[in-house]
Design a protein around this ligand. Structure first.
Ligand code: IPM
Ligand code: MG
Length: 370
């Protein structure tokens, strides 16, 4: 097949991990006989430096025309002044909104050979396999007003949490449909004992649940969910939640897999590409990690698995996605590790050394189509 993929390496370790994911996509194209056209664009801090805006028009229009987008990370201390008018993160939020990517899928599945990298006891991690569906274009991330002003001589800052019924319904339908392809279980997480927007969330999701009587459905308050993620992580299948809660809970959940560096994500909407699949943005859930940027030691697994999700969700290439995931599983099972998940006393691999191992394993198991 032919596909156009936009690469947005971004800041910090973003370019380092996107380069590895790209080399895997090139191998997939070569060995499975596809033609992927890659186009690189600016986003985040590097875009602010180059053209004074975190989301140049050119970037957004290229993404809207592409079949899929692979993103690294945005942000860093250089652009972190709390009084700055423009921030790298606005680029990412503008991209999500501009592409109407209302659902963010974050699969959490600890690798059986990496359990010791997590601070949780191995027996708690057995059987953990869930997906968080985070609403991505609404809630407190986008509500207006969001500002700072003077009240009685004091500075006041405010943000607004808004949810419209249709925003809750569309992400809920997507999450219930996803549950039907997995363990048929869905837990909706909110703060309905305090927040009005959460009460609408709970009421709406509970109504949508009636359309999916085969899916075992329950509601959980977000504070309890934060606890249950650690006490009974294996009991979850699909967790559906709002933008801010999903952001927080997925960083927590990443620890079940040993490192934030291992986790991919897919951001999807209902805007279809030339293959008739949702045009998505695929990115590791980790940030730009400025403390290790440029050292060549970043874990590329989250970015590589994001490329696998890109193949599956936006290009419909299930076999190719599985091929990448299998190679990552084999590589981790064989004990190859970057520093973030290395075993005690193990000499960790640098990003490039791990890339070479993953590539040669891929070539060994996926002979080119001749
Ligand atoms: C994430 C990140 C972003 C978010 C930041 C970088 C704006 O933390 O994708 O989880 O808060 O959504
Ligand atoms: Mg986050």
């Amino acid at each position: 097949m032919k596909a156009k993929i936009v690469l947005l390496p971004g800041d910090g370790i973003g370019p380092e991990v996107v380069a590895v994911a790209l080399s895997l996509l090139e191998l997939v194209a070569n060995n499975f006989g596809h033609q992927f056209t890659m186009e690189e664009h600016l986003i985040g801090g590097c875009a602010i430096d180059a053209v004074q805006t975190p989301l140049p028009k050119k970037t957004l229009s290229a993404c809207l025309e592409a079949d899929a987008v692979l993103l690294g990370a945005v942000g860093g201390p250089k652009w972190d002044d709390p009084r700055a008018k423009v921030r790298p993160e606005q680029g990412l939020l503008g991209l999500r909104k501009g592409m109407a990517l209302f659902a963010n899928l974050r699969p959490i599945q600890p690798h059986p050979d990496v359990l010791s990298a997590s601070p949780l006891k191995a027996e708690k991690l057995k059987g953990v396999d869930f997906v968080v569906v985070r609403e991505l274009t609404g809630g407190i991330y986008f509500g207006e007003p969001s500002k700072r002003h003077q009240v009685n001589g004091q500075t006041q800052a405010l943000d607004t949490m808004i949810y419209n019924q249709y925003e809750i319904e569309r992400v809920a339908h997507l999450a219930f449909k996803l549950a039907q392809t997995r363990g048929n279980k869905l837990t909706s997480v909110d703060k309905s004992n305090v927040l009005e927007s959460s009460r609408l969330w709970r009421e709406t999701v509970t109504k949508v649940a009636l359309v999916y009587p085969d899916v075992d459905f329950d509601n959980l308050l977000v504070d309890a969910a934060a606890m249950h993620l650690l006490t009974r992580p294996a009991s979850f299948d699909v967790i559906l939640t709002a933008n801010l809660f999903g952001d927080i809970l997925t960083d927590e959940a990443s620890i079940l897999t040993g490192s934030l560096g291992n986790l991919p994500s897919a951001s999807l909407g209902d805007n279809m590409n030339t293959s008739g699949k949702p045009r998505g943005v695929f990115e590791p859930i980790h940030g730009s990690a400025p403390d290790i940027a440029g050292k060549g030691i970043a874990n590329p697994v989250g970015a590589i698995l994001s490329a696998a999700l890109l193949l599956r969700h936006s290009l419909g290439l299930e076999e190719e996605a599985n091929a990448i995931e299998n190679v990552i599983n084999q590589t981790l099972a064989a004990g190859y590790r970057t520093a973030d998940i290395a075993k005690p006393g193990q000499d960790p691999l640098k990003t490039d050394a791990l890339r070479k191992i993953i590539e040669s394993q891929f070539i060994k198991t996926n002979a080119p189509i001749t």
